[in-house]
Design a protein around this ligand. Sequence first.
Ligand code: S3P
Length: 427
Amino acid sequence: MLRVQPVKRIEGTVRVPGDKSISHRAVMFGALAEGTTTIEGFLPGADCLSTIDCFRRMGVKIEQAGDRVTVYGKGWYGLEEPSQHLDVGNSGTTIRLMAGILATQPFHAVMEGDESIAKRPMRRVIGPLRQMGAKIDGRKDGEYTPLSIRGGGLQGISYQSPVASAQVKSAILLAGLQATGVTSVTEPQLSRDHTERMLQAFGVKVVRDGLTVSVEGGQTLTGRAIRVPGDISSAAFLIAAVMMVPGSSLLIENVGVNPSRTGIIDVVRAMGGRIELQNERIVNEEPVADLLVTHSELRGIEIGGEIIPRLIDEIPVIAVMATRANGRTVIRDAEELRVKETDRIATVASQLSKFGASVTPTPDGLIVEGATQLTGAAIDSMGDHRIGMAMAIAGLAAEGETVIANDAAINVSFPGFADLLARISIR
Ligand code: S3P
């Protein structure tokens, strides 16, 4: 149980844990590379630890202590056939990117995860990997876990993805690195491009032309040192905390500000909030900055279209901020939320309503009327890390105590969340 009391204000200078997307990729690419990869700022959250566990089960030596990791790369064909199932836990990124890697491997492997993973759609990656020649099966013709894969002998494809998904794009590009000819993926909108950037950092040639990315088969990766910036998706909860409580301000240092991830900054600014980027720099092909966040009164806005993939994981906490904004906030084109760790349209609406907020779910988003005074409530994370954290932030501005059940889910992406929040809370 996580207990949250209202605060007078939020104040301080903090860092958030490492970026989840970048941490997964650093381990995976390090395992496939020739030579050693060292990772600093790794996210030691449950999801990224699942990735480490899976690659260890394929014979890769990986040392991890806190946010420092060393991966002793075995080269693309040094992975060993796993003698047990690969358990991805709660991690969609692990299972989908690993599907692309296993599609290239001339052995058999079975992947499975927790109850939430068992409900998430997999054919979006399995379909194109089958087109490339991988033999993959799973429940409901490969839509659901467990998935079993026997890879190898792939041909390059040109794939038009129906969804803007970095997981789909990454799986196909990774498979394409060991397919014959060129593999390209075109997406309807740009999804996060960490794979493209990090592959280049590992010495791979990646070609981008608008919304199409291509790689040529037969390329190898070379191990290197990677510094992972703080996760903007974790920083988003702290940004929201500042916006919920008048008089607050916070400096969040060392945050990744890749343009394919900064929709949250654009939205908070459009709502009237203040975020200043300081000390902007590039670290391993990724833009990084310190964020100075200052409270201001918010107004409701409309959010939809191409910005959605740039803030998809932040929508639960944007809905929380919208309860304190004047007027109506409308979020649309976000039907992907229905297939995240939970159906986040349904879980945001059900949990946020418990605070007395006016939230209406729609098929592809949410409508929030503000500003309402929230009342502390008994909340359930429903096993979804971002729902647990978003509701904790709502609790900071509610009257009375908020209690969050199933708060252990928060460890998936933000270990130390409750302690960090306590550290910046002035009572
Ligand atoms: C991720 C991509 C996104 C995001 C997830 C992490 C990644 O999912 O929601 O938290 O690391 O590639 P989709 O690619 O399915 O949209």
